[in-house]
Design a protein around this ligand. Structure first.
Ligand code: ADP
Ligand code: MG
Length: 348
């Protein structure tokens, strides 16, 4: 009977606690890719290779050339609540990395077969450990690998049938992965990235360090029509900066499928921010049409709370009203001016 279920309280085995926590972070293969990419970006990688098999259900592999993980810290990397990114409450109040919760690898490894291989900068050997989703890990063993980290996730949700049931067709799961990878490619032009699905290269972009290369990369990801019919913008007010490209009114969509907005390089879903941009276009777009844009909002880390949701898609601003107004005003000014780079820096 239900009341008998209340008689004995015991601490959960830690791998079971990890599996429960994984429910919040690891919704589908694309969530795993998101966490692994964030780790690669935080590690200072300039090259990231992603390999997927069967929509990520069979294999998700991410290789980066970042700083790597010390052999002595490999076990910690896969432990819950273990992170190198924040150490104090003060750090939590101004998170500057994409990760900070210290639970992605623990969560992912509790619902998959995970192998972590890493060579730390300056160390002579690479080390590898692997687990089978039970919270037990092989002892680190030496192996050959260049500087950086390789995380291999196999058989996602093999031990959580309830979650596995909700996976969609491989094609659908891959579409989510592809969209996510595209977003990361858009957000970090200085990083070379490759996405392979079932042995086929689906996307590949090279690091863009000058205007020409940047435009080329933008065309590759957003399409030539967008690039030809968009305006570059650059606005600053107090500590906030807004840059990017906004599609002119002539380039409009029947859907909201080309709207990209990053806050401090982070992919966010914020209805108020999207609404602010929508309002900025209100006078120049027909009803029912949607703008296309790629916007980067940079705001001091202590004015953004990123610890709102485990998947880190939501943020809160200390001065929300002001941020939304700044966004709306800047985008409106850009889309209602005829040509050139819209900015508030050279018209003082
Ligand atoms: P978080 O990113 O929130 O710190 P994770 O579970 O994702 O938590 O990773 C735990 C730790 O493992 C990180 O803080 C980092 O020190 C290390 N780590 C994970 N992935 C990488 C990587 N690709 N390169 C270097 N270090 C990594
Ligand atoms: Mg992380």
């Amino acid at each position: 009977t239900p009341s008998e279920k209340c008689l004995d309280i015991s601490l959960l085995p830690s791998h079971l606690a990890d599996q429960i926590a994984a429910g919040e972070v690891v919704e589908r293969p694309a969530s795993v890719v998101k966490e692994l990419l964030e780790n690669a970006l935080d590690s200072g990688a300039t090259q990231i290779d992603i390999q997927i098999e069967e929509g990520g259900e069979k294999l998700i592999s991410v290789i980066d050339n970042g700083m790597g993980i010390r052999q002595s810290q490999l076990m910690l990397a896969v432990s819950r609540h273990a992170t190198s990114k924040i150490h104090t409450a003060q750090d939590l109040a101004a998170v500057s990395t994409l990760g900070f919760r210290g639970e992605a690898l623990a969560s992912i490894s509790s619902v998959s077969r995970l192998t972590l291989t890493s060579k730390f900068q300056g160390e002579t050997a690479a080390w590898q450990l692997s687990g089978e989703g039970e919270g037990r890990w092989s002892d680190p063993k030496p192996t050959a690998h260049p500087q950086g980290t390789h995380v291999e996730v196999k058989d996602l949700f093999f031990n959580t049938p309830a979650r596995k049931k909700f996976l969609r067709a491989a094609r659908t799961e891959f579409m989510h992965i592809d969209q996510l990878v595209k977003r990361v490619m858009l957000s970090r032009p200085e990083i070379s990235m490759k996405l392979v699905h079932n042995q086929k290269v689906v996307r590949q972009v090279h690091a863009a360090h000058d205007e020409v290369a940047l435009k080329q990369r933008l065309k590759q990801l957003m399409g030539t029509p967008f690039v030809d019919q968009s305006l570059e913008l650059n606005f600053e007010a107090q500590d906030i900066q807004l840059s990017g490209w906004v599609g002119q009114a002539t380039f409009n969509r029947s859907q909201t499928d080309m709207q990209y907005l990053f806050v401090n390089g982070r992919i966010v879903r914020d209805r108020l921010l999207s609404y602010a941009v929508k309002q900025a276009y209100a006078d120049v777009l027909y009803h029912g049409r949607h703008p296309a844009y790629l916007l980067f909002l940079e705001i001091p880390h202590d004015l953004v709370d990123v610890n709102v949701h485990p998947a880190k898609y939501e943020v809160r601003f200390a001065n929300g009203r002001w941020v939304y107004d700044f966004l709306r005003r800047s985008v409106r000014e850009a889309v209602t001016q005829p040509v050139g780079v819209a900015s508030n820096q050279n018209n003082a």
